[in-house]
Design a protein. Structure first.
Length: 248
């Protein structure tokens, strides 16, 4: 495996980004991982590495680059359960990282991929967790000629009453779109799940939604207290099948 820390230029600065890909073969389909609110950490890099072992070129950008880098964010994730101020700061950082900003950042990430040698340019993939559910749906709509597959796991803010709510672009999505949710999630209630399913089944051509029985928000992350091994391994299986089908 080959891995590097790189920077991707944007109008607001540089996105510090982790890249990883196999050390033989290629060209590889490219996948962007959109992080969760706790931000960049070794746990996420390990997930990027696992994805790369499946034969993909993987990018993991720091979506909070405007306010800090790993080890220097406005909050410390390890302290959020014991110190409410860190939780409050994490939520503020997440809320300040608007859908509009990440859609704009994605243009620069796509430009980087378009000029990257050794990868396939026939359509990219994207995976988002937690706060990035909104981004996944939005970028699949905004850059619908670029993405072949997009997956969100326990994503939030996918359907809101804001004028730029991601669900409003559902009709424009051409990618295979997979939305997965936990059975118990304080961020996404049953009514929201019902509305999301109905809207995307009506408006997005290649759509699948799944609720993972017995899971809670964050179930795919090995270091999280809500980690659910069966759910996490099912999530990897779904990712494998989605990309295998999308990158034929």
């Amino acid at each position: 495996m080959i891995e590097n820390f790189i920077n991707i230029d944007t109008k607001d600065g540089q996105i510090d980004t982790f890249e990883v890909f196999p050390d033989e073969g290629g060209p590889f389909p490219a996948i962007i991982i959109y992080m969760d609110a706790p931000a960049i950490r070794e746990e996420l890099r390990d997930m990027a590495r696992r994805l790369a072992t499946m034969g993909y070129y993987v990018l993991l950008p720091n979506l909070f680059y405007r306010v800090g880098k790993e080890g220097n964010y406005p909050f410390t994730f390890a302290k959020i359960r014991e110190d409410k101020s860190h939780f409050t700061a994490m939520i503020k950082t997440m809320d300040d990282t608007t859908n509009e900003l990440i859609v704009a950042d994605t243009k620069y990430i796509l430009d980087f991929l378009d000029n990257k040698e050794g990868i396939s340019h026939q359509g990219y993939g994207a995976i988002g967790y937690c706060m990035s559910g909104q981004y996944i749906v939005s970028i699949a709509s905004k850059y619908n000629s670029k993405f072949s597959a997009a997956a969100s796991f326990y994503g939030v803010k996918i359907m809101t009453d804001k004028k730029d709510s991601p669900h409003l672009g559902a009709e424009r999505i051409k990618a295979n779109l997979y939305l997965a949710f936990a059975e118990k999630d304080n961020w996404v209630d049953d009514e929201a799940l019902k509305n999301i399913r109905e809207h995307f089944e009506k408006n997005t051509q290649n759509f699948k939604m799944e609720i993972y029985e017995g899971t809670e928000h964050g179930f795919a992350f090995p270091d999280r207290h809500t980690y659910h091994k069966k759910g996490a391994e099912t999530h990897w299986l779904r990712i494998h099948n989605l990309f295998k089908e999308s990158f034929k």
